[in-house]
Design a protein around this ligand. Structure first.
Ligand code: HEM
Length: 414
């Protein structure tokens, strides 16, 4: 489907609507499609789809019902609308059900628990401040490259206690892991992906794992896995090892990066909201939630039905793909008044579904929010404003709501 040929959703028969088309998201056309589904077919069946038919769940309340019912709606195997290629499939705990899911999640969760994050806060603030101090003022640069990617990389390197000078390997491996048609609409080719992961990422992390296993336990992801009785043998299963390390990198990478870029873009698009923020910086935490609601960095998560079920009057059959469109739940007018507007003091911004719900609820939500909060506290300390100089280039994907480039100019305080 070419961007200019995207039909008006109201000109289509309901059964011909397929909201998994990446071009809908690249152009922003998806919002009208989801509005029609919410109003007319909130549990909608599409016969097409990237790898077969799928159900779309588009209302906030229904998304919560599916996300909190992991017994009937399983995460096993695939969590994107399209199935992963059979060729090379590392496994990880976001794609598992209990008890395996719980054991692996519990092992790594202490790295991002509130006490641990408050210990890291002053170091993170210092690093953010120093990056901002090095940015060019009054000249054009790409915010995504110089700030969003670099700060997200620093955050991941901190959580892994990763060798600092090698930290750019993390977003590189994240890009390799997600370079599939199903994830980002771009494909490196399965053999190439496998080769990079097995010959570069596996030896690197294996070495690091053995170092951490030989040292006293610490709170970084690798040390936690290497010392937990339930996961200390993970290294013996290279696909599960790689998959879980990959999840911890990918889970935090595009999502946090795109929230940072979106925050700059949104505060330009809605200048009254930026004025409100400047006059009351205590609104930053709520603004962060509103950015994450509005942007919805992951548009959807998919489940597979484990049994036949009647859901909101529709007959979902065992084995059917069931896609929760967070990007639609976050614009549900029954929950969010004037849902398409960006309102930094929106009283219920935190009710967004961008982090999911239930046993798979995002493990890194607090760390992502903390990064964004500190970033804006430090920006307001230093600059008068950030001017966006051109429309952002969006990622063509039905899952990653991303911004590839965002040219900006910083204006210093008087
Ligand atoms: C799971 C979104 C940041 C690690 C998820 C899920 C979503 C999500 C939608 C699946 C929820 C579900 O299926 O119910 C986001 C967003 C982020 C973000 C919007 C930033 C704004 C992070 C960060 C990390 C992280 C910084 C860690 C470094 C994970 C992990 C899971 C996960 C490990 C799997 C949890 C499980 O299966 O139990 N995230 N995420 N995320 N996220 Fe995040």
């Amino acid at each position: 489907m070419q961007a200019q040929s995207i039909p008006d959703p109201y000109s289509l028969a309901l059964e011909d609507i397929d909201v998994s088309e990446a071009e809908l998201f690249e152009t922003g056309a998806h919002h009208r499609y989801f509005k029609r589904l919410r109003d007319e077919a909130p549990v909608h069946f599409s016969k097409t789809g990237p790898t077969g038919p799928f159900w779309s769940i588009t209302k906030h309340a229904d998304i919560m019902s599916v996300d909190t019912n992991h017994r009937v709606f399983s995460s096993k195997g695939n969590i994107g609308v399209g199935d992963q290629p059979e060729f090379f499939q590392p496994t990880n705990f976001i794609q598992k059900d209990p008890p395996e899911h719980d054991e692996q999640r519990v092992a790594v969760a202490p790295a991002v628990k509130p006490q641990q994050l408050s210990q890291l806060e002053s170091m993170i603030r210092e690093r953010i401040g120093s990056l901002l101090d090095q940015l060019p003022v009054n000249e054009e640069f790409d915010w995504v490259d110089k700030v969003s990617i670099e700060l997200t990389t620093q955050m991941l390197a901190t959580l892994f206690d990763f060798p600092w000078e090698d930290r750019r390997l993390l977003p590189y491996w994240s890009d390799v892991a997600t370079a599939t048609e199903a994830f980002s609409n771009t494909s490196l080719g399965e053999e190439k992906r496998q080769q990079i992961v097995l010959t570069e990422m596996l030896p690197y992390f294996t070495k690091l794992w053995h170092e951490r296993a030989a040292q006293p336990p610490k709170f970084d992801f690798l040390s936690l896995l290497a010392h937990n009785p339930k996961t200390k043998n993970l290294i013996d299963d290279p696909l599960d090892f790689l998959g879980n390390i990959g999840l911890l990198i990918v889970g935090g990478n595009d999502t946090t990066r795109n929230s940072m870029s979106a925050s700059v873009h949104l505060l330009n698009e809605f200048p009254d909201q930026f004025a409100k923020l400047k006059s009351d910086p205590s609104l930053i935490p709520n603004m962060v939630s509103e950015v994450i609601r509005w942007q919805t960095p992951l548009a959807h998560m998919r489940r597979t039905a484990t049994e036949d079920i009647i859901f909101q009057g529709q007959k979902i059959k065992k084995g059917d793909r069931v896609v929760m469109w967070y990007v639609s739940g976050n614009r549900d007018e029954e929950v969010f008044e004037n849902a398409d507007d960006f309102i930094i003091d929106r009283p219920n911004a935190r009710r967004h579904v961008s982090f999911g719900f239930g046993i798979h609820r995002c493990m890194g939500n607090r760390v992502a929010e903390m990064q964004l909060r500190i970033l804006w506290e430090e920006i307001l300390e230093r600059f008068d404003r950030i001017e966006v100089l051109a429309e952002p280039k969006r990622v063509p994907s039905s899952i990653v709501m991303g911004i590839e480039t965002l040219p900006v100019r910083l204006v210093a305080k008087e």
